[in-house]
Design a protein around this ligand. Structure first.
Ligand SMILES: [Zn+2]
Length: 159
Protein backbone atom coordinates (compact mmCIF):
# COMPACT_ATOMS: atom_id res chain seq x y z
CA UNK A 1 0.00 0.00 0.00
CA UNK A 2 1.10 3.53 -0.67
CA UNK A 3 2.86 5.43 2.04
CA UNK A 4 0.81 7.46 4.41
CA UNK A 5 0.56 11.13 3.83
CA UNK A 6 0.54 13.60 6.61
CA UNK A 7 0.56 17.33 6.44
CA UNK A 8 0.34 19.97 9.08
CA UNK A 9 -2.99 21.61 9.56
CA UNK A 10 -1.65 24.72 7.91
CA UNK A 11 -0.48 22.74 4.90
CA UNK A 12 -3.91 21.13 4.49
CA UNK A 13 -5.54 24.52 4.66
CA UNK A 14 -3.35 25.66 1.81
CA UNK A 15 -3.94 22.59 -0.32
CA UNK A 16 -7.69 22.24 0.02
CA UNK A 17 -10.58 24.51 -0.74
CA UNK A 18 -12.34 25.84 2.39
CA UNK A 19 -15.22 23.47 1.67
CA UNK A 20 -12.89 20.47 1.33
CA UNK A 21 -10.99 21.50 4.39
CA UNK A 22 -14.07 21.65 6.56
CA UNK A 23 -15.21 18.18 5.50
CA UNK A 24 -11.92 16.31 5.02
CA UNK A 25 -10.01 17.74 7.95
CA UNK A 26 -12.77 19.20 10.10
CA UNK A 27 -15.03 16.15 9.75
CA UNK A 28 -17.89 18.26 8.49
CA UNK A 29 -20.79 16.98 6.41
CA UNK A 30 -22.01 18.58 3.24
CA UNK A 31 -25.73 19.20 3.02
CA UNK A 32 -27.62 16.28 1.51
CA UNK A 33 -28.32 16.56 -2.22
CA UNK A 34 -25.82 19.42 -2.41
CA UNK A 35 -22.87 17.34 -3.57
CA UNK A 36 -21.83 17.05 -7.18
CA UNK A 37 -21.61 13.25 -7.23
CA UNK A 38 -24.95 12.30 -5.67
CA UNK A 39 -26.58 11.37 -8.96
CA UNK A 40 -23.50 10.66 -11.05
CA UNK A 41 -23.79 7.31 -12.81
CA UNK A 42 -20.77 7.49 -15.09
CA UNK A 43 -18.23 4.68 -14.99
CA UNK A 44 -15.02 5.54 -13.26
CA UNK A 45 -13.14 5.75 -10.03
CA UNK A 46 -13.71 8.01 -7.06
CA UNK A 47 -10.43 9.16 -5.58
CA UNK A 48 -9.69 10.87 -2.31
CA UNK A 49 -9.97 14.57 -3.06
CA UNK A 50 -7.18 15.33 -0.62
CA UNK A 51 -4.51 12.84 -1.72
CA UNK A 52 -5.72 11.08 -4.88
CA UNK A 53 -5.88 7.54 -3.55
CA UNK A 54 -8.57 5.47 -5.35
CA UNK A 55 -11.35 4.84 -2.83
CA UNK A 56 -14.55 3.73 -4.53
CA UNK A 57 -15.56 2.46 -7.95
CA UNK A 58 -18.68 3.36 -9.89
CA UNK A 59 -19.59 -0.36 -9.90
CA UNK A 60 -20.24 -0.27 -6.17
CA UNK A 61 -22.14 3.01 -6.20
CA UNK A 62 -25.88 2.84 -5.69
CA UNK A 63 -28.74 5.18 -5.09
CA UNK A 64 -29.48 5.12 -1.38
CA UNK A 65 -31.87 8.05 -1.56
CA UNK A 66 -30.03 9.80 1.26
CA UNK A 67 -28.63 12.64 -0.81
CA UNK A 68 -25.01 11.57 -0.43
CA UNK A 69 -22.99 9.37 -2.78
CA UNK A 70 -23.38 5.84 -1.42
CA UNK A 71 -21.35 2.72 -2.02
CA UNK A 72 -21.70 -0.82 -0.75
CA UNK A 73 -17.95 -1.48 -0.78
CA UNK A 74 -14.67 0.36 -1.23
CA UNK A 75 -12.69 -0.18 -4.43
CA UNK A 76 -10.36 -2.47 -2.56
CA UNK A 77 -9.89 -3.67 0.94
CA UNK A 78 -7.70 -1.25 2.80
CA UNK A 79 -8.54 1.80 0.69
CA UNK A 80 -10.53 3.17 3.58
CA UNK A 81 -10.38 2.66 7.32
CA UNK A 82 -13.09 2.88 9.91
CA UNK A 83 -13.05 4.51 13.29
CA UNK A 84 -15.73 4.57 15.96
CA UNK A 85 -17.38 7.96 16.14
CA UNK A 86 -19.49 8.76 19.18
CA UNK A 87 -20.10 12.41 18.45
CA UNK A 88 -23.61 13.85 18.20
CA UNK A 89 -24.90 11.25 20.69
CA UNK A 90 -24.83 8.57 18.06
CA UNK A 91 -22.66 5.56 17.67
CA UNK A 92 -21.41 5.59 14.13
CA UNK A 93 -18.45 4.31 12.19
CA UNK A 94 -16.45 7.07 10.60
CA UNK A 95 -14.81 6.33 7.23
CA UNK A 96 -11.35 7.72 6.57
CA UNK A 97 -8.96 7.57 3.65
CA UNK A 98 -6.33 5.02 4.67
CA UNK A 99 -3.58 7.09 3.11
CA UNK A 100 -4.08 10.61 4.39
CA UNK A 101 -6.73 10.00 7.05
CA UNK A 102 -9.08 12.54 5.58
CA UNK A 103 -12.66 12.25 6.74
CA UNK A 104 -14.88 10.79 4.02
CA UNK A 105 -18.19 10.06 5.70
CA UNK A 106 -19.71 7.20 7.67
CA UNK A 107 -20.49 3.55 7.08
CA UNK A 108 -23.79 1.99 8.14
CA UNK A 109 -25.02 -1.60 8.05
CA UNK A 110 -28.25 -1.02 6.13
CA UNK A 111 -26.79 -1.29 2.63
CA UNK A 112 -27.69 -3.67 -0.20
CA UNK A 113 -26.31 -7.18 -0.68
CA UNK A 114 -23.73 -8.65 -0.90
CA UNK A 115 -22.09 -6.58 1.84
CA UNK A 116 -25.16 -4.93 3.39
CA UNK A 117 -22.96 -1.94 4.03
CA UNK A 118 -23.70 1.65 3.13
CA UNK A 119 -20.69 3.90 2.77
CA UNK A 120 -22.25 7.33 2.96
CA UNK A 121 -19.62 9.67 1.55
CA UNK A 122 -19.37 13.41 1.03
CA UNK A 123 -18.92 14.45 -2.61
CA UNK A 124 -16.43 17.03 -1.41
CA UNK A 125 -14.17 14.24 -0.14
CA UNK A 126 -14.15 12.60 -3.57
CA UNK A 127 -12.70 13.35 -6.94
CA UNK A 128 -14.27 11.44 -9.81
CA UNK A 129 -12.05 10.21 -12.61
CA UNK A 130 -14.05 8.87 -15.57
CA UNK A 131 -13.05 5.53 -16.99
CA UNK A 132 -10.93 5.89 -20.08
CA UNK A 133 -12.68 5.03 -23.28
CA UNK A 134 -11.01 2.13 -25.07
CA UNK A 135 -8.85 3.21 -27.99
CA UNK A 136 -10.71 3.05 -31.25
CA UNK A 137 -13.81 4.71 -29.95
CA UNK A 138 -13.61 8.29 -30.83
CA UNK A 139 -13.30 10.77 -28.12
CA UNK A 140 -9.64 11.56 -28.50
CA UNK A 141 -10.27 15.25 -28.37
CA UNK A 142 -13.09 15.03 -25.94
CA UNK A 143 -12.60 16.17 -22.45
CA UNK A 144 -14.25 14.27 -19.62
CA UNK A 145 -17.34 15.90 -18.28
CA UNK A 146 -17.87 17.60 -21.57
CA UNK A 147 -20.18 15.16 -23.26
CA UNK A 148 -22.68 16.90 -25.43
CA UNK A 149 -26.09 15.38 -25.62
CA UNK A 150 -26.26 14.03 -22.11
CA UNK A 151 -28.89 16.69 -21.72
CA UNK A 152 -28.63 16.79 -17.97
CA UNK A 153 -28.61 20.16 -16.33
CA UNK A 154 -25.60 20.86 -14.20
CA UNK A 155 -26.35 20.25 -10.54
CA UNK A 156 -26.93 23.50 -8.79
CA UNK A 157 -25.18 24.20 -5.54
CA UNK A 158 -27.17 25.34 -2.57
CA UNK A 159 -30.76 26.35 -2.64
ZN1 LIG B 1 -6.57 10.56 1.08
Amino acid sequence: MADKISHSDEEWRRRLTPEQYSVCRGKGTERSFSGQYVHLKEEGVYQCSACGQPLFGSGEKYNSGTGWPSFWAPIEKGAVTGKADRSHFMERMEVLCSRCESHLGHVFDDGPPPTHLRYCINSVSLKFVPKEKPAGLKGAGQRPGDSPGSGKPRPRRGR
